[in-house]
Write a protein that binds this ligand. Sequence first.
Ligand code: HEM
Length: 237
Amino acid sequence: MSNLLTASIGRKLLMSVSGLFLILFLFVHLTLNSFLLLDKVLGFKEVGQMFNAGVHFMGTNPLIKVIEPMLALGFLIHIIYSVILTVQNMKARGPQSYASGNKTSDVEFASQNMLVLGIVIFSFLAVHIMNFYMRMKGFITWEAGEVEFPFFGSMAKGENAYALVHETFKVLPIVLLYIVGSVALAFHLSHGFWSSFQTIGWNNSKWMPRLKCLSNILAIILGGGFSVIALAQYLFF
Ligand code: HEM
């Protein structure tokens, strides 16, 4: 029994740590994506140059090559353990329950629906990886070609990633899909962030309200940020 308990706590811990790692990735990703909107503000001559420079930096940086497999592992751990914990929890307490929350009316929407939100995000991610990652890495052909952009004081050549994103966000259903994915992400994070700290053991009465508040801020920045970028590309670029 105590072994089972330890294993269960260990699994929750792995989910928490992988989740926090993924949040770090999302901040870096949002920062890079914000370049899609910032060329004019930051004095770049042509729209898209700043994003292309950012993508080039990420694609040629040796550190990113090390982090990329870690990121994939982080997603795998997070997804696999969410399924294991859910099944384990259903077996233990019946089909209505889920590890992160009970089904009473006072528990907020996100905590009751973490698995469903996770499935929505996963589905979004599958489309997203096909849209961008598979094309950028050459698994699916695309024809945007190479462009020049300023890169640390001189000019560099690289793939026109901006053209790919720009074309993708000209299609309204895709923009709507990104908004749905980002809103699901926001709800998922609004519970997942503070819940991770609770699992780690940082759950005293002074810090919990602060962490819950921070979770909401984080959810708005990340969910709102990704949505606004997709919508702004559709409407204004
Ligand atoms: C406005 C919204 C978004 C845009 C414009 C965007 C853009 C991109 C692009 C261009 C790539 C390919 C990068 C490369 O291969 O060099 C990429 C990859 C990726 N995106 Fe996004 N993304 C958005 C939202 C999201 C969201 C909401 C998530 C997570 C829930 C996400 C997760 C990923 C992951 C895991 C990868 C693969 C790893 C990587 O290449 O960094 N993205 N995205």
